[in-house]
Structures are given as C-alpha cells and as structure tokens.
Design a protein around this ligand. Structure first.
Ligand code: T4K
Length: 382
C-alpha cells in the first residue's frame, strides 16, 4: 500500500484521557496521608459531582458499571428469575450483568438509525415474566426516553438505563442520568471520564439509592445492620481521585471530542457508502465514540475489510458492537432467553459499524491519516 500513512505507534480507540497529573498526585497523596484508601472522602466528593452532573439527588459510586447495573437492577426491585428486556445492540456487559444475578435478558431489536432500543418491539416482548426494561444510550445518544417511560408506566414495570456511554449527554435538554428509576454510568479507562475502573448508579429515589448503597457494601445498611444479600462493589479512593481529576477536564474533553467528530465528518462525508454516525441534533453530547457505518452494497467493501486494512496500518479500530449480543454465547444457544430471531436491525448494524480512534490522544493530523486509509480501502475495495 504505497503512499498511505501508517502509524508508528498503534492508534487506539480507547486511549484514556489522563487529565492533570499534579492534581491526581495531590489527591492520591492526601488519601495516603489520611490512610483512607476506600469509600472515603474522595468517593463521597465524586458522588456529589456526578449527582450534580446527572441532575439527580443521589449517586452511588461503584467499582465498575457492570456491577453497577447489577446493583441498579436489584435496587429498582427486579428479582432473580425475572426477565428484563434489553437491546441486542450493546456491549455484552449489559446482558451479562443481568444473567450473572439470575435475571434473564430478553433481546429487543433497535432503531436502525440511532442504534437504540425500539419501544414498539419492546412492547411486543412484554409478558407475565417481564420484570423490567433496560435501555442503553448507545454511543451516548439517548434512548427514546419518553416512549419508554410511557410504556413502562403503562405496563407497570421498572425502567432503568445503561448510561455507560452517556455522561454529559442531554435528552430534550435534560442531562442523561435523571431518567427512569435509575441510570448507570461507566468510568472505565476507555470512557471519556475515567476513574481507571469505576461507575455510578444515579437516581432521584432515596430508597433506591439506599438499597444500592447497602448492596455495594455487603448488604450493610446505614444503621450498621446487614439487611440484604450484598456484594462488594466499592470504589477505591485512588479511583475516585482519578475520576475527580478527569471531571475537571470534562469541558475541554468534550470540545476536543467534538472537534474530532467534525474532522471525521469532513474527512469522510463525501465517501459513498460510508456514514459518520451523528448525535441527536440540538442536544449536548460527549462524542466519546466516533462511529462510521459502511454499507457494503454502496461502498463495495465490507466493514471487516476496512477494519483489517486499518489494522495493517496500525490503526486499531473496534467493531463495537459485533456480533450482536443475541448472536454470542450463552444467549445464542439458550432458546427462551431471547426473542424469536432474527433481530434484523441489530444484526445489520453489527455488520456495518466501526469505531475509530478519538479522545485527547488523537488530533486532526491523526484523523486525516485515518480518513486517508478508510478512503483508500473503500476506493480500492479493500
Ligand atoms: N454497558 C455498555 C454499553 C458498555 O459499553 C460497557 C463497557 C459497560 C456497560 C460496562 O462498563 P464497565 O463495567 O467496563 O465500567 C471496552 C471496555 O472494557 C468496556 O468498558 C466498554 N464498555 C467497551 C465498549 O469497550 P474492550 O474489550 O474493547 O476494551 P479494551 O481493554 O480492549 O480497550 C479498548 C482499546 O483501548 C484497546 O485498543 C486498548 C485501549 N486501551 C485500553 C485500556 C484499558 C488503552 O489504550 N489504555 C487502557 O488503559 O472493552
């Protein structure tokens, strides 16, 4: 492949944003001086900051979002043995979190344009065993919250959200985090705000928050009594230090991500068969993921070939989310845990999407190089 840029170092999709190292070190030093390493003042400060951003009264910090989803499911009242309707087009953490605590994920198709759960299909899946609906704000673009809320209220089941991608995004002008009975953020290293590993359950309901808080700490309630079967989902002070430091750069990171998104739109906008996915017009978005869709019928090349060509040039794009969750184990081989197949929109999307590098470690020159490789791969049929 002559004349094509190649990156000397791998260009990753999920390269973490680091933030102000001095502030991070100060916070960690203070924690060491206090000899308070877990669930201390930094975690409480992080919870206050996250609740303020989400516009909720409560935030319960957790060791990651996967366990956070488990706390949220139980805290909103869903019992083991119940079914919960989830979109099939999501990271496999969403159904796994449920399955791991004995709740059966029932896979729902998605809207092909947004990638988000389709409320009309969700309604068809509701049955006597349905214990709840779990929406996912895929790539930070909010779900159809109003339709889902109406459906959940009408059918009398709790609605909660996997907001792993959603911190900082808005739906009809209101921040993601404040919808449904609870929402769950991820602060994994690859998320635009990170605490190395981490997450948070956010809710307005004091009882839901108290249940999640107790379950996070072995079931120990505020009165010191063990009131429920809990787990250990606590966050360390070092993680909270990173989360707080990361949050201080949030506005800059969002601006940088937006500039990257625009650079990809400019670089690939005219390429037939290639679409740069966009956020909801008029809403705030974190642009944590830049995702293109490659329509093989128009582009003349399959997404996997473009993925391979990028990889040959050291650009490590990711096929989020491929395969669709209902096509992987254990769900593929477990009839009864999912809706009657196929789920055409989730399947089609999972064959087309490709996440490209963004974040503070990626600049306009990198993006120009990535766009050149994508263009070359499409024009030369891979
Ligand atoms: N719900 C949804 C919708 C999610 O997307 C996720 C997680 C969850 C729930 C669960 O959240 P957590 O329990 O994780 O808080 C990654 C992440 O591990 C995962 O957090 C994320 N979604 C998912 C979409 O992507 P992998 O297997 O692709 O990650 P990994 O470790 O291979 O990293 C991706 C790229 O980032 C690589 O090219 C390497 C680079 N990287 C990664 C790390 C960890 C770095 O450069 N530095 C790093 O420190 O799953």
């Amino acid at each position: 492949m002559p004349q094509l840029p190649a990156f000397r170092e791998p260009l990753h999709v999920g390269r973490p944003n680091i933030g102000d190292r001095d502030r991070l070190r100060e916070r960690i030093d203070a924690a060491l001086d206090r000899r308070w390493l877990s669930s201390g003042p930094l975690v409480r400060e992080l919870e206050e900051r996250v609740a303020a951003l989400a516009g909720t009264r409560h935030a319960v910090a957790t060791c990651n979002a996967t366990i956070g989803l488990q706390l949220a499911a139980r805290a909103v009242g869903i019992e083991p043995g119940a079914e919960v309707i989830v979109p099939a087009f999501t990271w496999v953490a969403t159904p796994h979190a449920l399955g791991w605590i004995g709740i059966t994920p029932v896979f729902c198709d998605v809207d092909e344009e947004t990638g988000n759960i389709d409320p009309a299909h969700a309604e068809k899946l509701i049955g006597p065993a349905t214990g709840g609906i779990l929406g996912v704000h895929v790539f930070g673009r909010p779900c159809p919250v109003d339709e889902l809320t109406a459906l959940a209220e009408h059918r009398g089941v709790p609605l909660f959200f996997d907001a792993a991608h959603g911190l900082g995004s808005t739906y009809r002008g209101r921040p993601v985090g404040g919808f449904g009975a609870a929402e769950v953020f991820s602060f994994h290293a690859t998320k635009f705000i990170n605490s190395f590993e981490g997450g948070a359950v956010v809710t307005d309901d004091p009882e839901t928050a108290a249940r999640a808080r107790a379950m996070r700490n072995f079931g120990i309630q505020d009165d010191g009594q063990v009131g429920t079967a809990g787990t250990n989902a606590k966050l360390s002070e070092a993680s909270a230090a990173m989360g707080l430091t990361s949050l201080e750069s949030m506005d800059d990171l969002m601006a940088h991500n937006l500039a990257n998104q625009r650079a990809y739109e400019d670089g690939l906008g005219d390429l037939p068969g290639v679409t740069v996915r966009r956020q909801e017009p008029g809403e705030r978005a974190n642009h944590q993921y830049v995702v293109i869709e490659i329509d093989e019928a128009v582009a003349g090349v399959h997404r996997d070939r473009v993925h391979a060509v990028l990889s040959e040039r050291n650009v490590l794009s990711r096929r989020y989310f491929h395969p669709s969750c209902h096509q992987v184990e254990p769900y593929r081989s477990s009839p009864g845990t999912h809706a009657p197949l196929p789920l055409p929109h989730a399947e089609a999307l999972s064959e087309r999407v490709l996440s490209l590098p963004t974040g503070s470690a990626v600049d306009a020159t990198d993006i120009a190089g990535v766009c050149d490789i994508v263009r070359w791969a499409v024009q030369n049929r891979g």
